[in-house]
Design a binder for this molecule. Structure first.
Ligand code: DI6
Ligand code: FE
Length: 388
């Protein structure tokens, strides 16, 4: 049972009291207040209980897949050859534009169910494969629908500033003004947007272009986050911090000035080892600097059809440890407490009084086992809003 004192806050022989879908009390069973003694009891037989997991960065809703591109690259095709054969992000945009809302939901559901089966209770889902208004909104409607169809909280991020579509090639500024910002207004009017995201990179959008999107977000009162410093250092994390971003994500090329800016703004660093692994990157995110400046680190799958076709948050935790030398304590906090913060959710992610009772019950004795095993799911059950 995890809550407050040792590095994990592990309490041996613990009890949790759940009332009205929230945690009413947590502590050692021996200290349980008398007022709770008559409540119905569920014996967890000494199993480990943690907050339910939170995947705070995914592109779970999209059309098609890129297995053929994966094969081509392993047969020696270059990125350009893949792109000329219709592969890359463009192929996902084409497939997503063709897909109906029903088809997008149906395609995402097996992934969502696999996440739930690993103890996930909150999934962030981004748009960003439409790159035109109708499809961006359709992706977000599909994401919202998933949250109604399954016992999982879905938080949406508007990511039209993900790539420049072919019809705007060489005209990224026009795309931002004519498509991205109007689509944001339309999506917000339909209450489809919980946060606004962007991809700040040489192959995507410049800091100045992202800033225009952030200004539009600010005018609508929406929080921002950013794919920053994944492949190069454009100062995206510092830009995000200036806009009070909830998170800056990827961060392989982040420098100390960016870390300091994030620390000052309270921006969470979202670590995405699945993309690092898939792209066979060499440059590691500056974990030691993030630690030194006390920037909270979240861990997520970045589940997407191209750079991170990884569905398992437990595997992301393992990779964060093995590839980046994060500790299992940091990996677990990264998939719970800090992931909640990256989504602006103050009421979940820890086992504390007043928190929503979203819990994961595990068939393991110690929390380090969650990040330690590879390809094994130790989940016993989820408890969502206090319901088994
Ligand atoms: N960074 C990535 O690695 C993905 N998106 C992003 O902003 C790539 C998405 C894809 O290849 O489909
Ligand atoms: Fe991403």
């Amino acid at each position: 049972m995890v809550s407050g004192a040792d590095p994990y806050g592990l309490i041996d022989g613990a009890a949790l009291v759940l009332v009205g879908g929230k945690i009413a009390w947590v502590g050692a069973k021996a200290d349980l207040p008398g007022e709770y003694a008559a409540m119905p009891v569920q014996n967890m037989s000494g199993r480990l209980i943690t907050p339910a997991l939170i995947d705070c960065h995914t592109h779970t809703v999209h059309g098609g897949n890129r297995a053929a591109e994966f094969e081509m690259r392993l047969h020696g095709a270059s990125y350009e050859e893949v792109a000329r054969a219709g592969g890359g992000i463009v192929s996902t945009v084409t497939a997503t534009r063709r897909a109906s809302e029903d088809e997008l939901v149906a395609a995402a559901m097996p992934f969502v169910d696999a996440m739930i089966a690993e103890g996930v209770a909150v999934i962030e889902i981004k748009s960003g494969y439409g790159l035109e208004q109708n499809t961006e909104l359709r992706m977000l409607r599909a994401a919202r629908r998933i949250g109604r169809l399954r016992p999982v909280l879905v938080r949406t991020s508007f990511l039209a500033a993900h790539a420049v579509p072919v019809e705007y090639m060489g005209r990224a500024d026009a795309y931002i003004d004519q498509v991205c910002i109007p689509a944001l207004h339309a999506a917000h009017a339909e209450r489809l947007v919980d946060a606004v995201d962007g991809f700040c990179e040489g192959i995507a959008f410049s800091p100045a272009q992202i800033e225009r999107v952030f200004q539009a977000a600010r005018s609508l009162g929406l929080p921002v986050k950013l794919h920053a410093e994944q492949l190069s250092n454009l100062g995206g994390a510092a830009l995000a911090a200036r806009y009070g971003a909830m998170s800056a994500d990827h961060l392989e090329y982040l420098d100390e000035a960016g870390v300091v800016a994030m620390a000052a703004a309270g921006t969470v660093a979202v670590i995405l080892p699945g993309a690092f692994y898939t792209l066979r990157e060499q440059r590691m995110p500056p974990i030691h600097l993030l630690r030194q400046h006390a920037v909270p680190m979240a861990v997520a799958t970045d589940m997407n059809p191209g750079s991170s076709p990884m569905v398992s948050l437990l595997l992301a935790m393992n990779m964060a440890c093995t590839l980046f030398r994060m500790t299992p304590v940091e990996a677990l906090a990264g998939a719970t407490t800090h992931a909640a913060r990256a989504l602006g959710l103050a009421d979940r992610g820890t086992l504390a009084v007043g928190q929503i009772a979203d819990l994961a019950v595990w068939n393991c004795g110690h929390p380090a086992e969650l990040a330690y095993r590879i390809g094994f799911n130790p989940l016993h059950q989820r408890i969502i809003g206090g319901v088994l």
